[in-house]
Ligand binder design. Structure first.
Ligand code: FAD
Length: 333
């Protein structure tokens, strides 16, 4: 059986943290996020009452949906003590491929073309040139460091014929979308190398400069290529290094600003770049955060996305459940 949510932090994060953040990860496009696997939840409120919501059933509409309220609440409304998770069948077959592009925006368009063709990849990721170079420097995997970007795609399922057909169609779409080359992994070690590259992205970027600021902007898929181009423009205009990777099939990018917090002038440019990233994502109809949550640092920007009315409703929920403001005070509400 398979528990599909697969955040990059899988080796260190806890289920409680995953639920509190409604974590997504590399398989969200096909399989969804933590909330999709959360059937029942028990928690302790900030004022000490035990409560539960949901059921071990396929459907449940008994009362307010406190499972959804708690999932993604970033530890502000209660301490989650027990969860019942839904598992799914482990896919038997996989078809994994990479494609390189001269230009990262072309890679973004190719990703959108795959999804609009009706294909449902288990994983559809992007790694830009800055990140490719940094990973290669870190992990020595033989990555195409001259490419503008690399797309990584994996199809999985219970039928080899169906998985292979999806893979063949995807490879064709990547080629006709301008890929310089498309390489299908021929064995498990080749597949592992591909995913090792992707999973090394944040660790590699984090060691490239003293300070790395990981963002999580997410846009509607038809706007993905535009967002990628905007990230590059913002990096150039602010003279900062931004390495971008992410769950492209979900429109979810992780532009990571590489800087040095000891350098005040550079930090000011980095912060300006981040604010511009947020503004761009919102202008394109997207969100500040696809999966990492708002936390402390994005809290000042949340009103821009939600508006004052929604924020006030959230504050009322917080005040009602946590009148003494003891759980993660200052986090997003
Ligand atoms: C290297 C790296 C890669 C990542 N990749 C992804 C990714 O691909 N996809 C994705 O969605 N996210 C990703 N994340 C962020 C992700 O949301 C978190 O890593 C993970 O879900 C948090 O779990 P944790 O156990 O580390 O929680 P913590 O970081 O310890 O806590 C996160 C929040 O949850 C609260 N919390 C923790 N446990 C509970 C509980 N039992 N009850 C109530 N509140 C609780 C904490 O108070 C805190 O506010 C990544 C993070 C890192 C560091």
């Amino acid at each position: 059986l398979l528990y599909p949510p697969d955040p990059g932090s899988v080796k260190v994060s806890t289920i409680g943290g995953n639920v509190a953040e409604n974590a997504g990860g590399l398989r969200a496009g096909k399989y969804g996020v933590t909330r999709n696997y959360l059937m029942q939840l028990e928690a302790i409120s900030p004022t000490g009452e035990e409560f539960k919501s949901g059921a071990k059933t396929h459907k449940c509409v008994a009362g307010y949906d406190l499972v959804s309220l708690m999932c993604g609440s970033e530890g502000t409304l209660g301490v989650i003590t027990k969860v019942t998770l839904r598992l799914t069948v482990l896919p038997k077959f996989r078809n994994t491929m990479t494609a390189t592009f001269a230009d990262a925006s072309d890679a973004g368009r190719a990703v959108a073309n795959i999804i609009t063709a009706g294909l449902v990849p288990a994983t559809l990721e992007i790694i830009d040139n800055v990140t490719l170079r940094t990973i290669e420097d870190f992990a020595k995997l033989g990555l195409p460091i001259d490419a503008g970007a690399m797309v990584l795609a994996e199809f999985d399922g219970l039928s080899k014929a169906a998985v292979d057909e999806e893979g063949t169609t995807a490879a064709h779409i990547l080629q006709t979308s301008g890929a310089l080359d498309v390489t299908v992994a021929c064995d498990a070690s080749e597949r592992d190398r591909i995913w090792q590259a992707r999973r090394s992205a944040l660790a590699a970027l984090s060691r490239a400069k003293p300070t790395s600021i990981l963002e999580d902007v997410t846009v509607p898929l038809p706007k993905l290529a535009e967002m990628i181009a905007i990230v590059q423009r913002i990096a150039a205009e602010n003279n900062v290094i931004i390495g971008t990777f992410g769950h492209a099939g979900d429109g979810n990018l992780h532009p990571t600003v590489l800087t040095d917090e000891r350098d005040e002038e550079e930090m000011a440019r980095a912060e300006r770049a981040i604010e511009q990233l947020f503004e761009a994502a919102l202008e394109l109809g997207g969100t500040l955060s696809g999966e990492h949550g708002i936390g402390f640092t994005k809290a000042p920007f949340l009103k821009r996305e939600l508006g004052a009315g929604s924020l006030e409703i959230m504050r009322r929920i917080k005040r009602a459940l946590d009148p003494n403001n003891i759980l993660n005070p200052g986090k997003f509400v």
